[in-house]
Design a protein around this ligand. Structure first.
Ligand code: BES
Ligand code: MN
Ligand code: ZN
Length: 489
């Protein structure tokens, strides 16, 4: 799996611009000043570019926005796109500009002039991410996007900068593909197989099968999957890029390949969206891919719990009591609160085996977080203010929405059970918080830990700046930045 398009960088060649077929794109500063190459192009186009830049439409554009000129006379291109971007643009603005190019990209490809721009790699990054689409199952429509060449002042420098941000884009697209796949294709076995394939990138990948999980005592996780024909699995990915012997940082993902709710079955309307309930595992997978591709100088482990939550004669029932790997017992009140059961065992296993210096889990855990924060912010829960602040800072820098949520003993009261050490639901009020409190019971006090509820941000029903509607890959960019700042810095 690679990027939908990998932009190439080239020196500025005016003749090639006039002869370019496909889309022709000029990235220009807000004053509309034309460099030598653009001026030459404007002459070939009989002044059409300068006239367009003098129009109100150009003035109204914000940084990163674009306008299209249909049928550019004198030029070979099928369309001319003018993109507004200050020379000292922020990374976010440059990505947005790239996204405007990527959104419009077709099979004929594009030639982009980005003379005088200081962030060509960010332009390419936004372009690659927004050119993404998931058309695997649209028969006859699988036309690949054409090639993109970005003409810049210093192609070598741009190429070097894109080497690392291209790895991030590839991780994001890997996550999106996993999340967009239907559940009849992306079974637990297929998911594991796609992770095993990443061994070729230098990742150590290990698959724990049901018998292994049974031996480890992961009855909380196994209970969730016992009604499914797909075998439950835990996949462990290790990236040993840091100092030998230094404790790794751990990322843990909820990988419910499909969530019917189990015996506490969900209503039919919208249930098809539960193919995305492996989104947390998808982010961990995409992040590990990125770290391997850019050879991150850090020790990182990624663990995912892969299960399917189905109703069946063997399925778990409300009222069942299961023992977790940690040893704590759990009364199942609602079989639809399955993610926390999966995470409980994987979180414990991650600490037991790796003694990580910190741990972050990602999960499409609760509908309640969507009620609280909508689709704009992921919910961040933590036992450690320093780690939480670092996560929020990284998310802010990457323009991925994240918001800290409270925790506390009063919420923990709500998951006390008459029959077992705890129950798996705490009622409707504060549903995301009681879910986080549940997870916290499986985190050692000495482990700095953060839980990110991504139920609202994993899938979008509208296009966003960097993604078409569908899977967003939320979190790969943030966590890659976190690894850079916190572990590699
Ligand atoms: N996978 C769902 C949460 C979810 C909801 C993800 C909407 C994405 C969009 C989770 O397993 C679930 O069903 N949670 C229940 C918990 C409840 C039974 C305590 C919920 O949120 O309703
Ligand atoms: Mn559920
Ligand atoms: Zn779920």
């Amino acid at each position: 799996m690679t990027l939908p398009v990998t932009p190439d960088f080239a020196p500025i060649a005016p003749a090639a611009l006039a002869a370019a077929e496909g889309r022709l794109v000029l990235v220009l500063t807000p004053d509309g000043r034309l460099g030598a190459a653009a001026r030459r192009l404007d002459r070939v186009a009989k002044g059409a570019i300068a006239r367009a830049l003098a129009a109100k439409a150009w003035e109204k554009l914000k940084p990163g926005e674009a306008m299209d000129l249909a049928f550019p006379a004198g030029l070979a291109a099928e369309a001319l796109q003018l993109v507004k971007l200050p020379a000292r643009a922020s990374a976010t603005e440059a990505r947005k500009a790239g996204a405007a190019i990527g959104r419009a990209l077709g099979e004929a490809g594009a030639m982009v002039l980005a003379q005088g721009q200081r962030r060509p790699a960010d332009i390419a990054f936004g372009l690659a991410l927004r050119a993404y689409d998931f058309r695997r199952y649209l028969t006859g429509e699988a036309k690949p996007k054409g090639p993109v060449t970005i003409m810049v002042d210093d192609p070598e420098a741009a190429r070097a900068a894109f080497a690392s941000c291209g790895a991030v884009a590839e991780g994001v697209c890997f996550t999106r593909d996993l999340v967009n796949e239907p559940a009849n294709v992306l079974t637990t076995s297929e998911f594991a197989a796609r992770l095993v394939e990443m061994r070729t990138l230098g990742l150590k990948v290990e698959v724990l099968e049901e018998a292994d999980l049974e031996k480890l005592g992961m009855r909380a996780l196994l209970g969730v999957g016992q009604g499914s024909e797909s075998p439950s699995k835990v996949v462990v990915m290790e990236w040993p890029g840091g100092k030998k012997g230094e404790a790794p940082f751990a990322f843990v993902g909820k990988g419910v390949c499909f969530d019917t709710g189990g015996i506490s079955i969900k209503p039919a309307a919208g249930m098809e969206e539960m193919t995305m309930d492996m989104g947390g595992a998808g982010v961990v997978a995409g992040l590990m891919r990125t770290l391997a591709l850019r050879k991150a100088k850090a020790n990182v482990v990624g663990l995912v719990g892969l299960v399917e939550n189905m109703p069946d004669g063997r399925a778990q029932r409300p009222g069942d009591i299961v023992a977790s790997m940690k040893g704590d017992t759990i009364e199942i009140i609602n079989t639809d609160a399955e993610g926390r059961l999966v995470l409980a065992d994987v979180l414990w296993y991650a600490q037991d085996r790796f003694g990580p210096k910190g741990m972050i889990d990602l999960a499409t855990l609760t509908g309640a977080i969507v009620i609280a924060l909508g689709h704009e912010h992921a919910g961040v829960f933590s036992n450690d203010d320093t780690l939480a602040a670092a996560v929020l800072k990284a998310a802010g820098a990457e323009s991925e929405g994240a918001w800290r949520m409270p925790m506390g003993p009063a919420y923990d009261e709500l998951i006390k059970s008459r029959l077992a050490d705890m129950k798996n639901t705490g009622g409707r009020p504060g549903g995301s918080i009681t879910a986080a409190q549940f997870l916290r019971r499986f985190v050692k006090d000495e482990t700095p830990w953060c839980h990110i509820d991504i139920a609202g941000v994993t899938l979008q029903s509208k296009d966003t700046t960097l993604a078409p509607k569908g899977a967003t890959g939320w979190g790969v960019m943030t966590l890659d930045r976190l690894v850079r700042d916190m572990l590699e810095g």
